[in-house]
Ligand binder design. Structure first.
Ligand SMILES: Cc1ncc(COP(=O)(O)O)c(C=O)c1O
Length: 451
């Protein structure tokens, strides 16, 4: 199934191996130290501590080797220590670590902006501004849209996740654990119905009709002339890897264009080859006005971006955008190298091959077991939604149990979803065929063992 243009060479042996107890003694000791000093609010899904990572494996402090089907939440698409990223970081870090682009600028920032102008959809003139995290990119995209339009309101969708800062909490849909107790939230955020094909009351509704449902609500509840931006994840991430029905995104983008509303695609999780294209909007030929990007772009180094129409970004007065660390030179070097690796190893093609290995296999498992209501996703952003047999009632308990069983067998699997009933598969795109198959075998066995 491999479509890798250049087969990656791995530094660590690409195998699953749980030696001895789980979690091992060194992880237990670290966990004890952690409880005494690290805030409880930062939870980890895995009880072991990382010592090394490469390709598709993470090795813990006790020498256990795990298959990574989560990529640190869609970040290490090029693997945990891509040689090109490591070399670029080492080279840059030995020259200078920081000057602050707002004080003494440097070439790496410009090179990343040039690359993003090339890679993002649309042949219009573009500008880019760099930040550190996905949430920061989203916050700034909203700032830009407000200045450029002179309007305040922002639309986000059911099941959306955009981050943990005050504005991005307001934009995020799910209360627990992201919002509960953290209010009051930023104002002028309006939530609209998403296209969620598996959970539509009317299963016949088309993507265009679902968009028109949202548009009608926007016109009634906000008024197009008050709306600065529509913000949407082209495939929703934390909300459950929800792929909207075909036609939903193009119709929203079309309406936004007709009404002078800025269409912002939040590609923080879905970008950078993850879905089989550089960006998820490309599956339907949508050209956003602004795009927010983070995660995969940096090969593991913290960097994020807003790229979009020159007239929108340039509407902001000098000094209105920025931040001490935004577009840090080491992170820029990593991003350039990660994007090179994605291109050289055709990681978008690789994501498509991963989709082909997963979807038919787990659709058959769904049919046979009756506990998976929906198997969906694009490229290597794939999901299994667990439901009680014969219904669409979410089964979060089973989902949790399967993920925990996989972990004990040496496979790191993440869950997500508004109802906590989705297993999401986000392997590094450089994972070997053998390792992926082994990880999927473990997952399939865990599902079958629990029904
Ligand atoms: C679509 C989307 N937007 C924004 C964010 C926030 O990114 P960060 O955690 O880097 O702030 C995430 C993180 O999961 C995300 O998936």
């Amino acid at each position: 199934m491999s479509t890798q243009a250049t087969q990656p060479k791995y530094r660590l042996e690409q195998k699953r191996n749980i030696a001895g107890t789980f979690p091992g003694p060194k992880s237990v000791e670290l966990n004890n130290r952690r409880s005494a000093v690290v805030a409880k609010g930062v939870a980890s899904s895995v009880p072991v501590y990382a010592a090394d990572a490469d390709g598709g494996v993470i090795v813990d402090v006790d020498g256990n080797s795990f298959i990574d089907l989560g990529s640190g939440i869609a970040v290490t698409s090029v693997g945990g220590s891509d040689p090109a990223v490591v070399a670029a970081v080492q080279e840059q870090v030995a020259r200078f670590t920081h000057t602050c682009f707002m004080v003494t600028p440097y070439e790496g920032y410009i090179a990343v902006a040039e690359r993003l102008a090339e890679l993002t959809p649309g042949d219009h003139e573009k500008r880019t501004v760099l930040f550190n995290s996905g949430a920061e990119a989203v916050e700034n995209a909203v700032k830009i849209a407000r200045v450029a339009t002179g309007r305040n309101a922002v639309v986000a969708f059911d099941h959306a996740y955009h981050g943990r800062t005050n504005l991005t909490m307001a934009l995020t849909a799910k209360a627990m654990p992201y919002k509960t107790g953290f209010g009051p939230f930023a104002s002028e955020v309006y939530r609209m119905p998403m296209s969620y094909p598996f959970r539509e009351e009317n299963p016949e509704i088309t993507g265009r009709e679902a968009a028109d449902r949202a548009i009608l609500a926007i016109e009634k509840q906000i008024g197009a002339d008050q709306l600065a931006a529509i913000l949407i994840e082209p495939i929703q991430g934390e909300g459950g890897f929800i792929v909207p029905a075909e036609g939903f995104l193009p119709r929203l983008a079309e309406w936004a264009r007709e009404n002078g509303v800025v269409f912002i695609a939040d590609e923080v999780q879905s970008g950078f080859c993850r879905t089989g294209e550089w960006f998820a909007v490309q599956h339907e030929g949508v050209v956003p006005d602004l795009m927010t990007m983070a995660k995969g772009i940096g090969g593991g180094m913290p960097i994020s971006a807003v790229t979009g129409r020159a007239e929108l970004l340039d509407a902001v007065h000098p000094g209105g955008l920025g931040g001490t660390y935004g577009g840090n030179p080491v992170a820029c070097a990593a991003a350039l190298a990660a994007m090179d690796t994605m291109k050289e190893q055709d990681l978008a093609g690789r994501a498509k091959a991963i989709e082909a290995a997963v979807l038919p296999r787990f659709r058959a498992v769904a049919e046979e077991t009756g506990v998976i209501g929906d198997v969906r996703g694009r490229g290597a952003m794939l999901a299994l939604e667990f439901t009680k047999p014969g219904s669409k009632t979410p089964d979060a308990e089973l989902t949790k149990k399967i993920a925990a069983d996989c972990l004990e067998q040496g496979v790191i699997i993440l869950t997500c979803g508004t109802y906590g009933n989705v297993i999401r598969l986000l392997p590094p795109l450089v994972i070997s065929d053998e390792l992926l198959q082994d990880g999927l075998d473990v997952l399939e066995a865990a599902i079958r063992a629990n029904v």
